[in-house]
Ligand binder design. Sequence first.
Ligand code: FIX
Ligand code: ZN
Length: 366
Amino acid sequence: MSCVPADQIRCRVHQIVSETPVLDIHTHLYSPPFGDLLLWGPDELVTYHYLIAEVSRTDRSVSPDRFYAMSKPEQAAHIWQRCFVEHGPVSEARRGVLTALTALGADVSGKDYAAIRAHFAGRTVEAHVDAVFAAANCSGVVMTNDPLDDLERPVWVNGFTEDPRFKPALRIDGLLVFLERNVDRLASMGYAISTALDKTDLANARQFLSDWISMMAPMYVAVSLPDTFCYPEDSLPGKLIAEAVLPVCRDMRVPFALMIGVKRLINPSLKLAGDGVGRADVGSVARLCEENPDVNFLCTLLSLENQHELAVTARKFPNLMPFGCWWFLNDPSMIEQITRLRMELLGTSFIPQHSDCRILDQLVYK
Ligand code: FIX
Ligand code: ZN
């Protein structure tokens, strides 16, 4: 049998990858029934928090407080002028905006932001969803659904017409990481869960999780944990994971997604744009997988330094599925490095990427 020349293989692989619709396993997108929670259009695209961080470096005469006091269109005009007109759009976040706008039919060559906005004027969100999914060749996205979000919860409670392209994921940072600020909210929802985490609290936490898993039928339960996360640990997250999350995920056969490594608000003035990165303890992930062979874990780590250890750990635990090049890793140079490393160590038994899109239009480039 004759060998296929390498350049033909490369061409064929590129064609298959380009033509195969993707399921995006982690986004912050919402289907249209969630209303304003779904961010879309040029002003949202240009004021993405990655670009808020970048404009704070590009124009230090405008403080973050002064920036956030602007209206959304004023914020977008400011970022466009500083980061696209006066300075070359060379960062990944800036290039991504131009890629998305171009793929969606806008002319960016003149850098005329008013003309770009005019291109999208009058569009319906439903038409934009269809256009973006088509341009991205995307079969579906997994949302980030938070029952403790006061805007989102009523949509679930009142019911909505599901769009099969938007799949739920139950996000539980509000229970595991921010319980103190959610005790009253949980109580108002009928779940008495105090920070004492006595037996009754833990039983109510299990009830909260099983009720919302039944409500949402999520692809997975997810949490973002700081770089300092350790397991086991006599902490609120440690006890809730051990006594509530793991039992419920096991019983209801729902994967648990660990997203570890964020240093929250290292610059508080930047708000959502103010988070940093820290190296995580991969040993804690290994202990979770070893002690819970009947629970499936998804895991993405924020630090580049953690990637080799995560891939090696995944070789040891078949219930550990590394996924994505998260957040500060979602850049071509690091995506290539991480994906090569994972393929060499894991073959195809990993999930190469997720977009983390916060704005619908980003699906095209992320
Ligand atoms: O915790 C997360 O899901 C993170 O992805 C976000 O909090 C983060 O702000 C983000 O959108 C990064 O891309
Ligand atoms: Zn995310």
